[in-house]
Design a binder for this molecule. Sequence first.
Ligand code: DCS
Length: 480
Amino acid sequence: MAKPLDYESLNENVKKTAYAVRGELYLRASELQKEGKKIIFTNVGNPHALGQKPLTFPRQVVALCQAPFLLDDPNVGLLFPADAIARAKHYLQLTSGGLGAYSDSRGIPGVRKEVAEFIERRDGYPTDPELIFLTDGASKGVMQMLNAIIRNENDGILVPVPQYPLYSAAITLYGGSLVPYYLEEEANWSLDFNNIRQSIASARSKGITVRAMVIINPGNPTGQCLSEANIRELLRFCFLENLVLLADEVYQQNIYQDERPFISARKILFDMGPPLSKEVQLVSFHTVSKGYWGECGQRGGYFEMTNLSPKTVDEIYKVASISLSPNVPGQIFMGLMVNPPKPGDISYFKFEQESKAIMESLRKRARIMTDGFNSCRNVVCNFTEGAMYSFPQIRLPARAIEAAKSAGKAPDVLYCLKLLEATGISTVPGSGFGQKEGVFHLRTTILPAEEDMPAIMESFKKFNDAFMEEYEDYRGYSRM
Ligand code: DCS
């Protein structure tokens, strides 16, 4: 008889869950690395792993919080600037026993207040710290909300395709149904409401109750920044269709063009006024993992809830309490991110200098990468307007598609595996994010060091053009 934790008797939802960012390509890359091959890990948006240096000020503050005895050292002022010392004392006072103690399950009240002040400065509308929960990265917040929404397999969540697989994975894990809506690649990955209406209608005809809609803005893996008009229409749509909007805004600092600055869904909702501003349920997510912080390993995040009833907030609090407390150092990083040094502070100049240098370099890298892809045979790529990724479409020759079929692999997986073997560049095949039938992509981050970028793109081009040479024949390509 199978034991409870034997593979055959595991929870089926666990077995069904797929997460491509650490999938087949990643495993093969790790193997090759063990064999001594140099791998360029562009499969995960993990900036520090690719050499990005941490910002000085937040690390000084957290170092002091972690080692509070340094604050009693008479030489502390020689090692740390006075504003970092003051801020460390501020956070230590907000905790009940320092970084080694659990906090409230929603996070430290004083940090939630700093987040609320940030949201008000950003949007021009106040919020209540009681509606903000701190989490271990945005991922945990997304999972908590999906868990609260999904009741059974007939509950549907509208998710953009291509999407970041956290959504597909968590929906499967909680036993709900993913209802895909396709982003329009030809229109720079924008939302097409006719298409969304069709998705909803088709789900309903199968007995699915569509309850929530996810947007990722700026987009992962697609890199687009949604226009204000698009988000307004989206909010109207959620209002009419009675959907809670889950706004994944973790890349709000990562903007590489000036035409469409980031505007939060929450600001647009309040700008629209009643009845929408009082009715549409919205949960917005943010993190310390992205932006010029890139502090992925610290696991800091928050979500903010708009138009949720106090009884619902209490239930979400109760469930958060099962995990006792989000990671406390992560909470302090969040406090620092939403409340960085201000003009006049001792650390302001250095902080500005460091953060601007990172942003300017990311902007250049976004350009080098998109231009590089567009210079390759049978590759087309929208400009990375925001976030951390490039998502080129690869027009695969019919013969390459056949070769993949006979190897029992998806065609884009075959392409990415060959790319990895030939160049060491570790990407994620588009099929891991979802894409239209018969169309192929790959995702790479724009995070390798700026000085390494031209060589990486050259090596990609060399591989791609040779691949096309090898597989092209008279029968044509996958469609655009
Ligand atoms: N939402 C989106 C859209 C993301 O891309 C990520 C991480 C998260 C949420 C969760 O991040 P944290 O839990 O760290 O806050 N992106 C992954 C990716 O695609 N590559 O690296 C990580």
